[in-house]
Design a protein around this ligand. Structure first.
Ligand SMILES: [Zn+2]
Length: 222
């Protein structure tokens, strides 16, 4: 046998790694294992396997397991939305290690697996957000006969991509007190209509601002 060094080897052979995935499946009594499940119970981090074998689905198929349907079914947009939520909670670009529970619904490995690498996932996310930027100020008439809503050009609800654009413009800081989750993780940011929607304010970048919960409540008391 040829002696080879691999940077992600960690001393385990292919067979040992694959049988460890099977072991986790057995422990769980399941025919498939998700990245998250493996990270919790496996000998190594799932990235050791995805880097060795190419993808998590390949790992599962080599281990003779079923591809986990739950992961296959997650649309890209769902992964981006989760990334946006983590980004907003942190007030800054998430790192690979930030992407875990309870902060993130999906692990960084899930993003690796879908997009090729964490960096590529971030790039795709930025592209996705920037696409929104092109039509976020578009007029979307509310399909509603209600008199109040027909006076509006936009919907009241702020979609998550627009919310991200507003927070990014405001540097993930409250426009009133300047606080950011990057400085204090307990801070939760909201995006708020400057001119209330009920008073004819539209859901467009210019009429939206980032506020912390405290200032947001303070504002509605006025
Ligand atoms: Zn504030």
């Amino acid at each position: 046998m040829k002696f080879e060094l691999s940077p992600n080897n960690r001393g385990l052979s292919d067979e040992e790694l694959l049988s460890d995935v099977n072991k986790v499946a057995k422990e769980l009594g399941k025919e498939s294992v998700t990245l998250e499940e493996y990270n919790e119970r496996g000998l190594v981090h799932s990235t050791t396997l995805t880097r060795r074998f190419g993808s998590w689905f390949k790992v599962l198929s080599l281990a003779g397991l079923k591809k986990s349907r739950s992961l296959l079914n997650i649309p890209d947009e769902e992964l981006f939305k989760n990334l946006e939520e983590v980004w907003a909670k942190l007030g800054k670009q998430p790192s690979y290690t930030d992407m875990q529970r309870p902060l993130s619904e999906y692990s960084a490995g899930t993003y690796d697996n879908r997009f090729g690498s964490w960096r590529k996932a971030l790039e795709k996310f930025v592209d996705f957000i920037n696409d929104e930027g092109q039509f976020s100020s578009d007029v979307t008439p509310e399909n509603n006969v209600d008199e109040i809503t027909t006076r509006h050009k936009t919907k009241r609800s702020i979609n998550w991509r627009l919310r991200f654009l507003v927070m990014r413009r405001d540097n993930f800081k409250c426009k009133i007190c300047g606080i950011s989750p990057a400085a204090d993780p307990k801070i939760i940011l909201h995006v708020d209509h400057i001119k209330a929607w009920a008073n004819g304010g539209e859901t467009v970048m210019e009429n939206l601002q980032t506020l912390c919960s405290k200032c947001n409540i303070g504002k509605s008391d006025l």
